[in-house]
Write a protein that binds this ligand. Structure first.
Ligand code: UDP
Length: 309
């Protein structure tokens, strides 16, 4: 099987490449290194089944493949807010380019959407039929509305051009290869903990996120691509929902840190609660994330210690 992974040099992409190469598949990775890093993929360069092209997803490209995993988009608020117009452009024109390629070669497409499409949810947990509570003019909207228009486009290509579409709505995911500078809560707290620097909590720290370990997510993505299911599907770990304060305490203790928690104002539209309902993935994909936060954080802290913060 010939695969194209857009945004393959990022955190999720690099784990996906490893999995597909282990499964003896061919992988073409495109990335412009805007947030992804060559370090994440250099170990694959010597593998004859792997090819890399530096490519901006909003510019046209042409690779003959059977499966496209469309991941390209800055995913951390710190980066997607840096150039919000570019973020919207990536989601619309980048996805359009991917879908045109799928049309040309009759390739399957798996689009990595996000729990952000539920906005600051009024319903908890969030199932796939929940329409969300979004602010189309808020600062996060370039990403949340961007992911929504990309889902719309994908469905229109499925309806009009018969493209086989898969949509994964990914909830907070963590693990080795996270960019230590991308501002996500787990990577920030681990970096700070190891350095004995205070952990910055935005707001009162009572907001929640559900944390899924990367290996579980990759298994879910692979199962989704293999399935014949086309409607959006949540991938996240509902059992591992924690308040940000509790994650901070756990990481301080695990890194044996002298750091303290310090509180800063929260940014606009930061969701207060986030927890996926994953009955659909359980039933249709037989997918059950199994890595608990303790084990997952241990693997992640080990990785961060190795890269010598
Ligand atoms: N957060 C925090 N300190 C940090 C980074 C993030 O308190 O150093 C908070 C952030 O405000 C949010 C939650 O942790 O409420 C998760 O943030 P992240 O950027 O990891 O993910 P997202 O908001 O996209 O779910």
């Amino acid at each position: 099987m010939k695969n194209l992974i857009t945004g393959g040099a990022g955190f999720i992409g690099s784990h996906l490449i490893k999995k597909l190469l282990n499964d003896k598949q061919k992988v073409i990775c495109i990335d412009n290194f805007s947030t992804g890093s060559e370090k994440n993929i250099e170990k694959f360069f010597s593998n004859p089944s792997f090819k890399f092209f530096k490519q901006d997803i909003t510019k046209s490209f042409d690779y003959e493949v059977q499966q496209i995993w469309h991941l390209a988009c800055p995913a951390s608020p710190k980066y997607y807010l840096k150039n919000p117009i570019k973020t919207s452009n990536i989601n619309f024109n980048g996805t359009l380019n991917v879908l045109e390629l799928a049309k040309k070669y009759n390739a399957k497409v798996l689009f990595t959407s996000s729990s952000e499409i539920y906005g600051d949810p009024l319903k908890c947990p969030q199932d796939e039929n929940y329409k969300g509570s979004l602010n189309p003019t808020g600062i996060r909207s370039c990403y949340s509305e961007g992911k929504r228009i990309a889902e719309s486009l994908s469905f229109d290509y499925m309806r009009l051009h018969n493209i086989d579409i898969k949509i994964a709505r990914i909830f907070n995911t963590y693990g080795p290869n996270m960019n230590e500078k991308d501002g996500r809560v787990i990577s920030n707290f681990i970096s700070a903990g190891i350095r004995n620097e205070n952990l910055k909590i935005f707001g009162d720290g009572n907001q929640t996120r559900s944390f899924c370990y990367i290996d579980d997510l990759i298994e879910g993505l692979v199962k989704l691509m293999k399935s014949s299911y086309n409607n959006p599907i949540n991938l996240g770990n509902p059992k591992e929902e924690y308040q940000i304060n509790d994650i901070a305490d756990l990481i301080i203790s695990k890194t044996k840190s002298m750091a303290k928690k310090i509180y800063y104002p929260i940014s606009e539209d930061d969701p207060k609660k986030r927890q996926p309902l994953i009955d659909r993935a359980n039933k249709l994909l037989k997918w059950y994330p199994s890595t608990g936060i303790n084990e997952g954080l241990d693997f992640t802290i080990e990785h961060f210690k190795k890269i010598n913060l």
